[in-house]
Design a protein around this ligand. Structure first.
Ligand SMILES: Cc1cc2nc3c(=O)[nH]c(=O)nc-3n(C[C@H](O)[C@H](O)[C@H](O)COP(=O)(O)OP(=O)(O)OC[C@H]3O[C@@H](n4cnc5c(N)ncnc54)[C@H](O)[C@@H]3O)c2cc1C
Length: 242
């Protein structure tokens, strides 16, 4: 694919949508062609620029897949903004612009990891788990993943496939609104017990938190209460959400 360089940092290029699909009732994902020259760490973010009804608009968006995979991927929680409407309407072959990669929210390849995600915050963490599985990294990775309801679990099939691909990867789900019947797992917000269960037996893990700013702050407080030093915590706060 031809890469057209755009002026000024961060580096940018035009690309094309490969696929567009709904993930859950309130989330949507696209895959985008990855130029050969584009490299990134698992998992940084880029700005993703789209043509919307109100003109061109860009948002910071975590890359939702590992650099070991053939395409780039993004997933969003839908809203009524012009940007999100344009995102959900994307179809194969539509043009987008990507600026990046940016950030240092990247998996440390030699230390066990506890990933903590709320809702759409799963995006960079899914990329990390894919990377570790594809590279067969010899580190245990546990994902603590909170969602409102079972049908809102983002990338559930992909996460289950990763658990099969890698014996070192395990997901601990919790649901915060469970009038739903049939859910045998944990309920309520991410709490001490769940985080301690995730970290059980891990030698000197790093904690990676990704989600809305309030989810990130709440989890940071929780980890502080458990005596986890801040130097062992990496965060990605999705500014733009409450
Ligand atoms: C590093 C990073 C990674 C992100 N990754 C994802 C992702 O993978 N998936 C995802 O769905 N979202 C992600 N976000 C959030 C995303 O950029 C949008 O802000 C969010 O999706 C809300 O968009 P909206 O169009 O629904 O909100 P809008 O209705 O457009 O905005 C809601 C309010 O937030 C303000 N706002 C919007 N964006 C920002 C911003 N970036 N910074 C400060 N204020 C803002 C608006 O002015 C408005 O007041 C990420 C954010 C960051 C910083």
């Amino acid at each position: 694919m031809e890469v057209e360089a755009l002026a000024g940092p961060p580096r940018g290029f035009k690309s094309r949508v490969v696929s567009s699909r709904s993930l859950t009732p309130t989330t949507h994902a696209i895959e985008v062609e990855k130029p050969k020259a584009f490299t990134f760490g698992p998992t940084q973010f880029t700005f993703l620029q789209l043509q919307t009804e109100e003109g061109m608009d860009a948002r910071p968006m975590s890359l939702a897949t590992s650099p070991t995979r053939p395409h780039l991927e993004y997933a969003v929680r839908l809203s009524d903004s012009a940007y999100k409407r344009a995102f959900a309407a994307l179809r194969p072959d539509d043009e987008v612009r990507v600026f990046g990669p940016i950030g240092d929210f990247v998996l440390h390849e030699t230390r066990p990891a506890v990933l903590v995600a709320g809702g759409i915050g799963i995006t960079p963490l899914k990329g990390m788990a894919e990377y570790a599985a594809d590279k067969a990294l010899p580190i245990p990775i546990r994902l603590v993943y909170s969602n409102r309801s079972e049908d809102e679990i983002v990338y559930r099939d992909e996460l289950e496939a990763l658990e099969k691909q890698s014996p070192r990867f395990r997901v601990l789900y919790t649901l915060t609104r469970t009038s739903a019947q049939g859910w045998q797992g944990t309920t309520g917000r991410i709490g001490r017990e769940l985080v301690q269960e995730a970290a059980l037996g891990l030698d000197d893990p790093i904690y990676y938190i990704s989600g809305t700013p309030s989810m990130v702050v709440g989890t940071l407080r929780l980890l502080r209460g458990l005596g986890v030093p801040e130097s062992d915590v990496e965060i990605e706060a999705f500014r733009g959400y409450e």
